[in-house]
Design a protein around this ligand. Structure first.
Ligand code: 5GP
Length: 115
């Protein structure tokens, strides 16, 4: 299977993204089709197509970054009072981009998002 995904280009800077966080292992950026305002994606820089391929230590970092971003979103102009973390692993689970990514989805009352 072709290992290429658009997220590899985003990590390499070959494709544009609105970055909100970056370190040696992890990148976070705005989702191009946000489910709610402020919807972010947190990804490992080293590609992993699935949870099975993901280094657990990097998985821990993804969660740590998501935790900090969730706190920041509550203080931002998004003014959410809830956050969903979501990860689709596999086609049946709804995964569309085969580079592991953790969704950080801000929630506000009546936002109409049915997760
Ligand atoms: P999945 O269904 O695989 O869990 O979610 C993939 C997510 O990646 C979707 O929410 C989609 O909007 C987002 N996405 C797909 N292509 C791009 C892109 O080129 N840039 C950004 N920022 N997000 C993307």
């Amino acid at each position: 299977m072709d290992p290429y995904t658009i997220f590899a280009d985003i990590v390499a800077g070959r494709a544009p993204s609105s970055k909100v966080y970056e370190d040696d292992d992890v990148l976070a950026f705005m989702d191009i089709r946000p489910m709610t305002p402020g919807h972010l994606l947190v990804i490992p820089k080293i590609p992993a197509r699935s949870l099975a391929e993901l280094d657990p230590a990097i998985g821990g970092k993804l969660f740590q970054v998501a935790q900090r971003l969730a706190a920041a979103l509550r203080q931002s102009e998004v003014r959410c009072d809830g956050v969903n973390l979501f990860l689709a692993d596999g086609v049946t689970a709804g995964q569309e981009v085969f580079h592991v990514h953790l969704h950080v989805i801000p929630r506000t009352p009546g936002d109409g998002f049915g997760l």
